[in-house]
Design a protein around this ligand. Structure first.
Ligand code: SAM
Ligand code: SF4
Length: 468
């Protein structure tokens, strides 16, 4: 798109550290003021930066309860009972960086390093397809040993794998920042979202925690999404690694980043990820976060992001425990990973062990996660309909904002869930899942779409697949 935007940004970066910390340095809003802010958020138009700062300053338990309740209503209104599921696929753990919190860091000499060959990638994808996954997030460390050419080959391989009728329908990517030209190459591989986390938006903390390697350049990373969009990537995912700096600062910076992308490219981020620092072997800092985020603060920050960016997906990984994940679904999370491993080759049981990036908080299999979601009335979705129909980037947001996405999303989620139940689930999970699908099709699908939805569900029961 327009390269003038990035050049002007290099001269004037969009994160003003003093301004953001300054916004946090004030009193908690009064109960009346909080009511005004939440009324505005409930209109689903998002919040200004200064308003987000006011919410982040709320400390009273009653105030936090009110924020969470508003987030629950927004989540329900926009996303209903859908939760999108995906699996991360780590293809390599070589890394030339030294992020002090990560098990893949160069200085971790005890890590068993691996770059999967294409046969091994195939085996991993087969194992994930056999579990029922349709959406992958492919990742690797940043190393001269594992180039973009290599990564593109792994994407092509993953898309080409078939297990019976099953194949991967969307691959999102999370790799180190690229140039505009390389993003244009990646775009040709039919990827979904490109994600990259700033880790911390505080340039002082950033310098401390990224001491060497290409990742030590704060601005190169800060401007990655500008380059991705200039390289015509439609959907981008931003994030911060919570625990490195004041969580309230990071939330404000994420909002600034989103607003900047909206202003510069007409479309904000498709997703925001909220990883929280987890222990990692060979990375001592990971066990002693400099700014630990309590579970209570974590719930609050997810709720505030949901209110500030109502149409942006919030992604939660298996870093968090089952209990906390279950609660966070209510307050704003819309996508989760399930059955995850962070060591390359780990899905194929015969593959020799390799080193993991960090330890996981939720060890359940995909079916166990799905069984639990059914109990809570959530619909696990493997939907890739929008992306495959070209409803991406600004077009997606234009549809999402007037609420039109709802008319597509719930039926499509029900279809992919019905396919999963028919092809992979145990008898008990299938029976409970089908009962949930019927109930939601009859009560929650807009009336104008109900008859068609029920007919499509019948066709899936009769063996029809990939309905959307
Ligand atoms: N190497 C690329 C990069 O750093 O951008 C690709 C992504 S890296 C494999 C995935 C993400 O894992 C990082 O961006 C970081 O936020 C997260 N991560 C690293 N160490 C972690 C830890 N100890 N706990 C939680 N998340 C961690
Ligand atoms: Fe390498 Fe990414 Fe880990 Fe940093 S976070 S050490 S860049 S894999």
């Amino acid at each position: 798109m327009n390269s003038v935007v990035s050049r002007s940004l290099v001269e004037k970066p969009f994160i003003d550290r003093d301004k953001l910390y300054g916004l946090l340095d004030a009193h908690e809003p009064s109960p009346v003021r909080l009511g005004e802010l939440l009324d505005k958020a409930l209109k689903l138009g998002g919040l200004e930066l200064s308003e987000v700062a006011e919410l982040l300053r709320v400390e009273s338990s009653e105030g936090i309860r009110r924020i969470m309740e508003a987030a629950r209503l927004v989540k329900q209104e926009i996303y209903g009972k859908r939760l999108v599921l995906f699996a991360p696929l780590y293809v390599a753990n070589y890394c030339d960086n030294n992020c002090v919190y990560c098990g893949f860091r160069k200085a971790n000499s005890s890590l068993n390093r691996v770059a999967l060959n294409l046969g091994e990638v195939r085996q991993e994808v087969e194992a994930l397809l056999r579990q029922g996954h349709k959406r992958l997030l492919m990742l690797m460390g940043e190393s001269e040993k594992t180039t973009l050419d290599y990564f593109i080959e792994t994407i092509r391989t993953a898309y080409s794998v078939r297990v019976g009728e099953q194949n991967i329908r969307r691959i999102n990517v999370e790799i180190a920042p690229l140039t505009v030209e390389d993003f244009a190459r990646l775009k040709k591989e039919n990827i979904g979202t490109y994600a990259c986390f700033q880790e911390t938006y505080d340039p002082v903390a950033y310098k401390k925690f990224h001491p060497s390697g290409p990742k030590s350049d704060y601005e190169w990373r800060l401007l990655v999404m500008d380059r991705a969009m200039e390289g015509c990537i439609d959907d981008v995912g931003i994030g911060a690694l919570f625990g490195l700096a004041d969580y309230r600062f990071e939330v404000l910076a994420l909002i600034e980043h989103a607003r900047h992308l909206e202003a510069a490219f007409g479309c904000g981020p498709h997703t925001v990820s909220v990883p929280r620092l987890e222990p990692a072997e060979g990375a001592p800092l990971a066990s002693r976060p400099p700014h630990p985020v309590s579970d209570e603060d974590f719930k609050k920050l997810v709720a505030v992001i949901r209110l500030a960016l109502p149409y942006t997906g919030i992604i939660l990984s298996t870093r968090e425990s089952e209990e906390l994940r279950n609660e966070l679904f209510n307050y704003g999370v819309s996508q989760i990973s399930a059955g995850s491993r962070t060591n390359p080759g780990a899905y194929d049981e015969d593959h020799p062990e390799s080193g993991a990036q960090f330890s996981l908080g939720d060890h359940r299999s995909l079916e166990e996660v799905i069984s639990c979601l059914i109990d809570q009335g959530y619909v696990p979705s493997f939907c890739t309909g929008c992306y495959r129909k070209g409803r991406v980037g600004a077009d997606f947001m234009d549809l999402a904002k007037p609420g039109l996405i709802k008319a597509y999303c719930l039926p499509n989620a029900l279809f992919t869930f019905a396919e999963y139940l028919g092809d992979f689930a145990s008898q008990d999970v299938r029976a409970r899942g089908m009962a949930l699908i019927r109930r939601l099709a009859e009560t929650e699908v807009p009336e104008s779409r109900r008859e068609k939805t029920l007919a499509e569900l019948d066709s899936i029961a009769a063996g029809h697949r990939d309905v959307y």
